[in-house]
Design a protein around this ligand. Structure first.
Ligand code: SAM
Length: 214
């Protein structure tokens, strides 16, 4: 990892991901979380203030050490402001969503917001998510991905090589719903829409998918 990835990108990501347009989406996706939650691509901790009190513990996976430091600072600031939710314990358990150091069927729910696009082998990460979810548990997600509009999709494919270079491997054209379904998780809710800010980077897949009970 170079200087850009280690020292600059986490700050750029933190700023981009603080976009106010994302706040209500984050709030909806986090609203029904309960129990022990695994958050993939924890980033700078922008979801922490949104975990409901029904969450007992958050297990965080995040490769960027600077993002983890930014998240720690945010948690400290929230504690200083007396925010009750920041007291939900967060434990870093790993660096890579493709290899989760957790036993099978060990977490109640998984949260992923704008992360799947950056994971090189996303099918493997989703299969790991399915493995660690307890039967009946669910993945809650808000991701950007492939637009059904062929004109937008063509631009997404054209721009993906440069996006990968400047945005930590992010691909604009992943068929998120198909990938989730292919992992064996069952979609229980899905809403698609464009962000106002951008069509190419802003076709959103928001929803939940469950690991079926045997
Ligand atoms: C666009 S940021 C989103 C951060 C955060 N989820 C949010 O909503 O603000 C993508 C995140 O995915 C993380 N990431 C990249 N590769 C990853 C991997 N293999 N496993 C887990 N997270 C990864 C990045 O470090 C970054 O924090």
């Amino acid at each position: 990892m170079g200087v850009y990835t280690e020292r600059i990108l986490p700050h750029l990501m933190d700023r981009a991901m603080r976009d106010k347009e994302l706040d209500p989406i984050r709030a909806r996706v986090a609203a029904n979380l309960t129990g022990e939650v695994l958050e993939i691509g924890f980033g700078s901790g922008l979801n922490t203030a949104l975990y409901p009190a029904t969450v007992s513990r958050v297990l965080a996976v995040e490769p960027a050490l600077l993002s983890r430091r930014l998240a720690d600072r945010r948690a400290t600031a929230q504690t200083a402001e007396g925010e009750r939710r920041s007291r939900i314990p967060v434990e870093y358990i790993g660096l890579d969503g493709q290899r989760l150091p957790l036993p099978e069927a060990s977490v109640d729910q998984v949260l992923s917001t704008w992360t799947l696009c950056s994971i090189p082998d996303v099918a493997r990460a989703l299969s790991e998510i399915r493995r660690v979810l307890r039967p009946g548990g669910s993945l809650h997600f808000a991701e950007h991905g492939l637009s059904p509009d062929p004109k937008v999709a063509r631009w997404q494919t054209r721009l993906t090589p440069i996006q990968r270079r400047v945005a930590g491997g992010c691909r604009l054209n992943l068929p998120i719903a198909d990938l989730i379904t292919a992992s064996g998780l069952q979609l229980t809710g899905l809403t698609n829409f464009y962000l106002h800010a951008s069509k190419t980077a802003g076709y959103i897949y928001e929803g939940a998918a469950t690991r079926a009970a045997p």
